[in-house]
Ligand binder design. Sequence first.
Ligand code: BV8
Length: 268
Amino acid sequence: MDSLWTRPDPPVSDHVGSAARQLESVRRLVVLTGAGMSQESGVPTFRDALTGLWARYDPAAFATPEAFLEHPARVFGWYLHRWRAARAAQPHAGHVALAALAEAFDEFLLVTQNVDELHQRAGSRDVIELHGSLMRFRCFAGAHAFDIETAADVIAASDAEVPPPPCRECGSPVRPDVVWFGELLPQDALVRAWHAVERCDALLVVGTSSLVYPAAGLPDLALRNRIPVVAINPEPTSLTERADMWWPERAGTALPALAARMGVGAPP
Ligand code: BV8
């Protein structure tokens, strides 16, 4: 017997419609993502990444070459812990939706601050990694690539503090191939992202506190050039107050709804 009471359709958030209207006439879209994009994959946001032994450290002071040189085992142990978490994580529906959204635009560029490669694993091609990748390792002195998967003893280490293995080519300590605070971003990546924002028709910003520069300068550039900025973030930030539209939603909910409304990707 059919229920006499049918659950009313959930109210269709007007944010989906508003965002789709902001983007429907856009030909060139740039998307900037931050750590909040990976939160629903179980990868802690950068501010939350310092847990346990590392809880007492300030990320901006800990993710630095100075901290690595002063406390190599502590810093390397933190990155090995985060590498394991990122390696075990799976892209969520928001990552998949972003990969599908690329098909709805003539030009689409995904720029990420994230280092977990979840966008690539969700099918996004041509991802600009402003802050490098936690899934790649290299040595401190010579930037010689180091395949961490070949260092079974390192991977098996259960301590929180793990001495970084020496580079097999030059002996200098191995580090993650990420950009630490005080280090320059890869200039080709930054210049490419900068130029893409200068010429885009809209900038979609997902899951970032917009505190870390020069990445946070990209939305500033768009706003200065009166390019529409749509921000997806469940919490307000200094950017959401200035954006043309703030969609107070999580990435894993908003992006599949947006992709479906724009006729790409699976319905949510
Ligand atoms: C540079 C890799 C030139 C490492 C990262 C003094 C000296 C030197 C430089 C500076 C200085 N003062 C300021 C600077 C610039 C400095 C900086 O910006 N500092 C900050 C702290 C003020 N920047 C640099 O040093 C950069 N280099 O400037 O070089 C130079 C060089 C020498 C001397 C002078 C100048 C290098 C910056 C890159 C640092 N490396 N990552 C690692 O991962 O360990 S940055 C790191 O922070 C991550 O990449 C992360 O992406 C980023 C934090 O930003 P978010 O991504 O926004 O993450 P956050 O956790 O903050 O926020 C998450 C958001 O998601 C929240 O808003 C939340 O509400 C939202 N959210 C949560 N859940 C969801 C969600 N959203 C959607 N859906 C959800 N489900």
